[in-house]
Design a protein around this ligand. Sequence first.
Ligand code: FAD
Length: 399
Amino acid sequence: MTNQEKEVLVIGGGIGGVAAALASAEAGHKTKILEQAPQFGEIGAGIQMGPNAMAVLERFGVAGEIAKVAVFPKRLVLKDVYTAKELAVLDLGDEFKEKYGFPYIVLHRSDLHRVLVEAARKNPLISLVNNQVIETVEEDTSGVTVTNQRGERFIGKAVIGADGLWSKTRKYFSDDEAICSHYVAYRGTVPIEEISSDANMDDVIMWIGPNLHVVQYPVRKGELYNQVVVFKSQNYKPDSNDWGTPEEMDKVFEGCHPLVENALSFIQRQIRWPMYDRLPIANWTKGNFTLLGDAAHPMLQYLAQGGCQALEDASYLADMLQLYGENFEQAFLAYQEERIPRTAKVQRSARAWGEIIHTEDPVSILLRDTLLEQKEAKEFEMIDWLYGYKKLPAGKVSK
Ligand SMILES: Cc1cc2nc3c(=O)[nH]c(=O)nc-3n(C[C@H](O)[C@H](O)[C@H](O)COP(=O)(O)OP(=O)(O)OC[C@H]3O[C@@H](n4cnc5c(N)ncnc54)[C@H](O)[C@@H]3O)c2cc1C
């Protein structure tokens, strides 16, 4: 088999993996997605996509389909969890859209994933395979060999590890462990008619308080209301699930505003999501092998950017694959050179923002709220670095 005929292998079929396959196919490569689950799908609830991610969805030709299932909120609002006072507002209207070229949207993550998977299925260069728990990756000058749980081997010309926070492919680059934040999330969607008039259809609301927050917004064209309840457990025990329980949640939220109390009454209590991230790493590329998405840079969700960053990765990777043709080593090096500093900044900023919104120190709370109050809803300087990311290919090189 010539190198041209071999495939690019993508390990993991989440948002990042499917976007990586679209990127690889856009550069003309036959591409195979290897997913461990018996079906392609997403669990969880809503997801926010900033204009930096919408630019990528447009590039991959799916923005139209996404618009059919998304909600286009008018404002991002920070509220005090006890008093319901608006602490800060970001206006997502025309000026925002004009400045960043794309809107801010919220949608069900299963809708986002389905639209991406449909685009991949329609692409003749992409194949999708389930029940593939990938265990090992071997890489040498002739290509890559990926082995699954049954010992079956896939031979390709390059491999992209997009297997998420608990990545097996990351182990080839770092022996770091995921870091538990001691926070847990409970999340889910409720049919809009069940949640009564409390549901605000125009805003993404983040209620904040010491060691806790709640996020609310509509999804699926307003048919469902998404809610995420997050708090820091005081009972954290490593290697145990007996912390951050629903009972602890009820206790932690005692005394909060009635609208938040109501949110809690609708939250599903069966699945508990402990929150982890990892520290940035200095290298995630070796020859024809690279990482993408949470496998490369898992972050806390406080800036709502993990999925957006995976999409940005895919877009920049597409540029580099087009630039360097069959020279994957060069393409992957150029990709990580741009993406490591960018994603490391988002990882660190997500942690810092978490400290700010969750602070329990009264002086810090006063300072934060005073500063936030002075900010105009159409003042975009603070968010420019995040939503205004427009990195274009560096220019033609000889292949
Ligand atoms: C509470 C919460 C809220 C969030 N909100 C937002 C938000 O609003 N906006 C945003 O942009 N991001 C958000 N995120 C982050 C976002 O969900 C992730 O960053 C994103 O899903 C990462 O996508 P991924 O494809 O890299 O990884 P994953 O979604 O983890 O996908 C990895 C895939 O690889 C598969 N896999 C794993 N191991 C193997 C293996 N060995 N072999 C084969 N397949 C394998 C898995 O089954 C999975 O399908 C949030 C996260 C959380 C926890």
